[in-house]
Design a protein around this ligand. Structure first.
Ligand code: HEM
Length: 368
């Protein structure tokens, strides 16, 4: 790495930040029609602040994607990926909070300029859609919007750009491949998933005994709990049986391939082992991003309900109905939220053979 050079020209705050351009970019539509609506300035600035943060999120995502989209991810990259995912999460928290600032505008104040904005809409936030697509929300995973897509609301250039992005592997695809490459499942005669199945059977038998011996349960409660236990058993069976898993995947219960989900379960079960600490944090980082996205969607729809009631959106969607559905459906890493189903208490985890345990450790013996 070469030494950093000294600057040769003096740097001036206003020029460096190009404030001339930035601060001359707020032009309320209402002014063009006579009386400037006071709150339109807030509306513009809040949206611009969002777009700036989206730019920063994309900057982080492109670097994460660059490290991830290869056949082998160098261990050295893992810390960087995790800290950049964390940064995206921190920005998202700000974005959620920012909704409170816009909510200081009342619906009546919004009506002073809303009609001037037709047909512009959040649908046309290309950076927002870029983030969604890069994370893995390609068209086939979106909700069916009035049998039409937001793509119809975009100009040719933006539409082509996003459609091209859809052709690339997303971060979801890269993470799936990375999880599928997980070694460690078999070591000599040891087959991890056989031992896991035995541990699960033992745990479920214990649970069954607890339910059957619980004198405080009425017959119907007991029946209910035993039925629930059978459902849990079915989930475990599906995880370990490729055919059953793929059937559930078709129904939309899982999105990761079975191999990838098994990799994620393994990381979660043995996350105390040194080698899995960063992979575990990485999965948590992705889960947090999904959770923050969902929280933002929910906060946005509540704000929209407050501003519009049951009016339709300027982009022509059904407004709150459409947005509420995206909250539930437009998820990226829902599988990571299902992982808890497959966890066992630490005390019930299969004992790993010694050489395998060693492989999961940082191993440094200078005398060898
Ligand atoms: C008064 C405040 C707001 C109202 C009433 C509002 C309303 C709406 C409505 C009705 C939609 C559905 C699409 C349509 O028919 O137009 C929408 C979508 C959207 N809005 Fe807002 N919005 C507001 C503020 C914001 C802010 C501050 C942002 C920040 C960037 C934002 C970003 C978006 C995005 C990205 C979408 C597309 C969501 C998707 O397709 O999943 N909105 N908005």
């Amino acid at each position: 790495m070469c030494a950093m050079q000294r600057n040769t020209t003096p740097c001036y705050y206003t020029d460096y930040l190009q404030l001339d351009k930035l601060l001359d970019s707020q032009h309320p539509e209402s002014s063009k029609y006579g009386i400037e609506a006071h709150d339109e300035m807030l509306f513009i600035i809040v949206h611009q602040a969002y777009e700036l943060w989206f730019k920063q999120i994309l900057h982080e995502m492109h670097s994460i994607y660059g490290e991830f989209n290869q056949n082998q991810i160098p261990e050295k990259s893992m810390g960087r990926i995790v800290s950049r995912l964390d940064r995206i999460g921190a920005i998202q928290k700000l974005l959620i909070d920012q909704i409170g600032v816009l909510e200081t505008m009342t619906p009546l104040d919004f009506l002073d300029f809303r009609d001037y904005l037709v047909p512009a809409s959040g649908f046309q936030s290309i950076q927002f859609k870029e983030i969604e697509i890069l994370l893995g929300l390609k068209s086939k995973f979106r909700i069916n919007f009035d049998k039409d897509s937001f793509y119809k609301r975009l100009n040719e250039k933006d539409r082509t750009h996003l459609m091209e992005l859809e052709e690339q592997p997303s971060l979801f695809d890269c993470v799936e491949k990375w999880l599928e490459r997980m070694p460690f499942f078999e070591y000599g005669d040891f087959k991890f998933w056989d031992s896991y199945k035995q541990a699960v059977d033992k745990m479920l038998e214990n649970d069954r005994a607890i339910i059957q011996n619980n004198d405080y349960l009425s017959e119907s409660d007991r029946e209910f709990q035993l039925k629930d236990l059978e459902n849990t058993r079915r989930s475990f069976t599906a995880l370990l049986d490729e055919e059953q898993y793929n059937l559930l995947k078709k129904e939309g219960k899982f999105r990761f391939s079975q191999k990838a989900l098994l990799g994620a379960v393994f990381i979660n079960l043995y996350r105390d082992e040194p080698i899995f600490q960063l992979p575990f944090q990485l999965l948590m980082g992705l889960l947090e991003i999904d959770e923050h996205f969902t929280t933002w969607r929910y906060r946005h729809v509540i704000m929209v309900q407050r501003m519009l009631g049951s009016k339709i959106g300027t982009g022509g969607s059904s407004g709150t109905d459409y947005l509420r559905q995206t909250t539930e459906n437009n998820r990226f890493f829902k599988d990571l939220f299902s992982l808890s189903t497959f966890l066992l208490p630490r005390s019930a985890l299969p004992e790993l053979p010694e050489p395998l345990r060693k492989a999961l450790n940082f191993y440094f013996h200078p005398e060898e």
